[in-house]
Design a protein around this ligand. Sequence first.
Ligand SMILES: [Zn+2]
Length: 318
Amino acid sequence: MVTLGTASAAPGEIDTGRLEVGEARDGSAVGLPVAVVNGVDDGRTLYIQAASDGDELNGVGVIRRVLPRLDPAELSGTILVCGIVNYHAFQVAEHRNPIDDTKMNRAYPGDHSGTSSERIAAATFDAAISADLVLDLHQGSTSRMIDEVRVRCGSRHRLHSDCLELAKVFGCGHILDQKGPDGQLARAAPDEGVPTIDPELGGCVGWDESSIQRGVDGVFNVLTYYDFLDGRHDPRPQTRATGFEQYGSPVGGLVDLQVDLGDRVSRGETLFEVTDVFGRTKAEITADSNGIFWRARRLPQVATGEYVCSVGTNIDTY
Ligand SMILES: [Zn+2]
């Protein structure tokens, strides 16, 4: 029997339930929606979670499409799923948990007697480190972003090559291989010996069909490569960035991007212009380095210093 919260499945069974993480302000129980898919044959355990950031729905879209396709009678090993991590943020379609104004992916490994976010992080961290592999499905929030997979443990970590292999197997096409900030699941779980990646499935408001499909393909690539399912997956070379440069606007006004997501950019090439409301150019911002145009704000209006775009740098093929 494998159990996650109230979901409990014997070999060959699938079950769904709730992982309790305290109570809401009205005293009702807060339970994250969880599933256990227990394969009829022995194998590894994979943990997948989505909506760690409450406005990042593409991962929920992936899980919603993957689960109906899983047959425990054809599965070796176990899949544990938490479909919505940031319960309170999801309810109000926001990025951060409104109970404590915290970003969930800065709260790992969490604290069972801590803040709202720390308690949710602790409950899901227990599930994550009970597994052999972890997929923490994210996206570039509501900005526009390429589909990519982040390896966050850092190149000196003992699990770096395992995490990088998992990222290559997932196979979005691009990898950002750069040590992340404290509190990320993709940093905390490798410290406990569990290879973990952070697939970043585009960026949108609501759903993005092509990014969801990339995520579904990625999950099945992982299930096939790591022998949960019969078949064969040969990972393809991925374009990797190990640097990441962010650009803000030096002036207030309206942004015109000069390059498209995924484009190669050269040092000195214009990334964007800012005009005033009458169309007069106020600033023209060029790339500091060669790289790939990775992410951009969605709305054109900016204040001085406000985020505009990001370029992945130090590009190679892995
Ligand atoms: Zn996120």
